[in-house]
Design a protein around this ligand. Structure first.
Ligand code: PLP
Length: 396
């Protein structure tokens, strides 16, 4: 763990110096009257990132998983029916969380590499005549397979079925890196964490809550104490927190939001897209396959890449780490041993991406993969050159 090289895991992500410095602060008193000056603008700016004007944003000291738990326990009751598709490790873990809370989870199994099935959701919701389904859960960006789902299409499917269920979206590896529109897509609960698109240390779960979700909160009966929206909203309204806030992360978040707005959210998304396209060009250059089965599913924050038959992806990521001190994502769940992941979200540039591609290429060559050294890197270089304003060739 030498710590000089960037990481290529899809979270926690690389922390830019600017944010490391911003988080390096002495303790301040969160019960002091001016704590509100830190807290309130954070929530206002988070709403801009979530693209909600009508909803609220609450934060908790937790990782993203805590955000899932907060979203679920504040708005649902034991035995409530929940509709969800399983297409990767994160959608699987969200299902597990719901089941452990005693919800009645109806699961649509999808091949890993596919995304949320809007049409299947529509058919199931249309058939739910007595409106037993209370929630539809979507993992926007399935980090295990590098698959982005079409949340707007799920909303259209719910509306076409005329179904009143709440829409829950795991945006942990998409929000602040990929296009996300809470109000426009009619998302009722949107979850993320500080350590992915926001480029910060782990420790803050961020949850967008619609007015409809706030209404559901009033009658929801699942137990919650630490994650109770009511305590949090009451305290926030008074400019405070119901318990000790993750202060250093809040200072970091203030700076992170500044960085995102300075670059411009659309430019942030375009940068992620461009970097991801270069990574995908490299994957083609190696002659390897992405787990995501169709281009419209390709994630701009993480690429999951199948290793050739007979090559163990865990050995590859182990070797990249031990030989070159660079971390890549391991294959999770069904992808264990079969795929490795390149995280390319947060504080990432084309030049950083090239270093990761060059490194995994060396690691593959060391282990006897049937690839040409440079094949992936050159493909990415070509893509990055062709999409950057470059001067005309000088006359020979
Ligand atoms: C990282 C991640 C999570 C949450 O993980 P934590 O480790 O609890 O922050 C949830 N969903 C997705 C899609 C993720 O990428």
């Amino acid at each position: 763990m030498q710590g000089q090289n960037p990481v290529f895991i899809p979270g926690p992500t690389n922390i830019p110096d600017r944010l490391r410095y911003a988080m390096s602060v002495q303790t301040v008193d969160h019960r002091a009257p001016d704590f509100v000056d830190l807290l309130t603008p954070l929530h206002a700016d988070l709403k801009k990132v979530f693209k909600t004007e009508t909803g609220e944003v609450v934060t908790f000291p937790a990782s993203g998983t805590g955000g899932w738990e907060a979203a679920i326990t504040n708005t649902l009751s034991p035995g409530d029916k929940v509709l969800v598709a399983r297409y990767g490790m994160f959608s699987h873990r969200w299902i597990d969380l719901c089941q452990r809370h005693g919800l009645d989870v109806e699961i649509i199994e999808r091949p890993w590499g596919e995304g949320a099935p809007a049409e299947l959701f529509h058919d199931r919701l249309a058939a739910d005549r007595d409106r037993a389904i209370k929630a539809v859960l979507v993992t926007h960006n399935e980090t295990a397979t590098g698959v982005k789902s079409d949340v707007a299409a799920v909303r259209r499917a719910m509306d076409a079925a005329g179904h009143p269920a709440l829409l829950y979206v795991d945006g942990v590896s998409s929000i602040a890196s990929m296009d996300f529109r809470m109000d426009e897509w009619g998302v009722d609960l949107a979850v993320t964490g500080s350590q992915k698109g926001f480029m910060l240390a782990t420790g803050m779960a961020i949850v967008g809550v619609s007015q409809k979700a706030l209404e559901a909160m009033l009658s929801a009966r699942l137990h919650r104490t630490y994650f109770d929206f009511r305590d949090m909203l009451t305290a926030n309204a008074r400019g405070g927190y119901p318990y000790t806030p993750p202060l250093q992360i809040m200072y970091g978040l203030r700076e992170s939001l500044k960085m995102l707005f300075e670059e411009g959210l659309d430019n942030v998304f375009a940068r992620h897209r461009r970097i991801a396209e270069g990574v995908r060009a490299a994957v083609r250059g190696w002659g390897l396959q992405l787990c995501a089965v169709r281009p419209e599913l390709y994630s701009d924050t993480v690429s999951a890449v199948f290793t050739p038959a007979g090559f163990d992806s865990n050995r590859l990521t182990d070797h990249a780490y031990s030989a070159y001190d660079v971390s890549f994502g391991v294959g999770l769940g069904e992808m264990a041993g079969r795929a490795f992941r390149i995280g390319h979200l947060g504080a990432m540039t084309d030049v950083m991406a090239l270093s990761g591609l060059a490194t995994i290429e060396m690691a593959m060559k060391d282990l006897g993969y049937p690839i040409e050294l440079g094949a992936g890197v050159a493909a990415a270089q070509d893509y990055y050159r062709s999409t950057k304003a470059i001067p005309q060739k000088e006359a020979a």
